[in-house]
Design a protein around this ligand. Structure first.
Ligand code: PHE
Length: 354
């Protein structure tokens, strides 16, 4: 039986050497060490041994099994290592390859323009304030010198929430809100007069309009308001000229045309020389050389008074411009609806500025 065990060990070890895969050594293990394997077969014959011989041979069987398992373990480790190295080589990442670019969105052109305009006015000492889009009739109209039944209301029909609450038709109510807040503050502090004001206010406004290439029922405006002692029309013109030159270029001229707004007196329409032809006349400016950029005027004394500013002490100017119209001109967009359709093909043109 000893002979049998020794030769089994020799044969098994010799047999293991040429095996060249995990699968092959597993077959080998089953053949020699498995339940139906050759070592187990020898073990079964132990019943025939004497009581003295049995522990000795038992020990020998264990030694042979240990030797075979050790040999198997070494071989297995070899294969596993080779397999892992192969996988590592296959899965290696070339960190020197350029990455795949992620497509980054861009700020909406209207917001870009608003930010640029804010920057210009911040540079002139203005601060930026915002007002609510759902507004009281009082601030949107009455405080702006448009009482109930005033004919000027027809030009700015809008969406009503209740009799007294509406979607604001203009950013001008922010004027009344800011002046009202300042004079309340002054009263609370026991000041004789409220503080001067220099603000701009961008935001969305609403009108009952049929949407087409140049109209939208919701659009953006930027309001401007300056109230102080001795504010004159020349301050308005100088401020708007400075603004127009920064937005449209240094060679731009502005002109004021008489106009009418209920909350300014006198009122004016402000034109800038056509950015396309420089003022000589072309298709863009319909041959006039000028393009209207905003409405403005000197704050009406009634508006000052209603908001708690003494019109014999204070004067001011205000302006309101349409953001879309300015953006259409600046970016050469011909249909206002392009701003609202979220078409990435259009928006992608404004990426560089992020
Ligand atoms: N609120 C006016 C409009 O929407 C524009 C404007 C603002 C005119 C301030 C004068 C002064 O048409």
């Amino acid at each position: 039986m000893r002979e049998q065990l020794y030769s089994l060990k020799e044969q098994a070890l010799t047999d293991l050497q040429p095996q060249d895969s995990l699968q092959a050594i597993n077959d080998w293990k089953v053949k020699y060490l498995g339940k139906k394997g050759e070592l187990t077969a020898i073990l079964r014959g132990m019943g025939a041994l004497s009581a003295e011989e049995r522990p000795v041979v038992g020990q020998l069987v264990n030694d042979v099994r240990d030797a075979l398992e050790l040999a198997y373990g070494e071989k297995e480790a070899e294969f596993k290592k080779a397999e892992r190295n192969k996988r590592l080589a296959e899965e290696a990442i070339d960190v020197s390859l350029p990455g795949r670019a992620i497509s980054v969105g861009s700020e909406h052109p209207l917001n870009q323009l608003i930010r640029d305009i804010e920057d210009i006015f911040l540079g002139l000492g203005f601060t930026v304030v915002e007002g609510p889009e759902v507004e009281y009739d009082y601030f949107n109209f009455e405080a702006m010198n448009v009482p109930k039944n005033h004919p000027a209301r027809d030009m700015q029909d809008t969406f009503y929430i209740t009799e007294e609450l509406l979607m604001r038709t203009q950013t001008s109510p922010v004027q009344a809100r800011v002046m009202g807040a300042k004079s309340a503050e002054a009263r609370a502090n026991g000041q004789e007069h409220p503080d001067p004001i220099r603000i701009i206010s961008p935001g969305r406004v609403y009108r009952r309009d049929d949407d087409d290439a140049t109209h939208s029922h919701a659009f953006m405006q930027i309001e401007g308001l300056v109230v102080d002692r001795n504010i004159r029309m020349s301050d308005l013109k100088g401020t708007l000229l400075t603004f127009a030159r920064q937005i449209f270029g240094e060679s731009v001229q502005v002109r004021l045309r008489p106009s009418y707004f209920p909350f300014t007196e006198p009122s004016t329409e402000v034109d800038a020389t056509c950015h396309n032809c420089g003022g000589t006349g072309c298709r863009t400016c319909k041959g006039t050389g000028w393009i209207e950029i905003l409405g403005a005027g000197m704050v009406h004394p009634s508006v000052l008074e209603l908001a708690g500013y003494d019109p014999t002490v204070f004067s001011g100017f205000a302006f309101g411009m349409g953001v879309e119209r300015t953006a259409m001109r600046r970016y050469g967009i011909e249909d206002i609806r392009g701003f609202y359709q979220n078409d990435v093909r259009l928006m992608q043109n404004f990426k560089s500025r992020m």
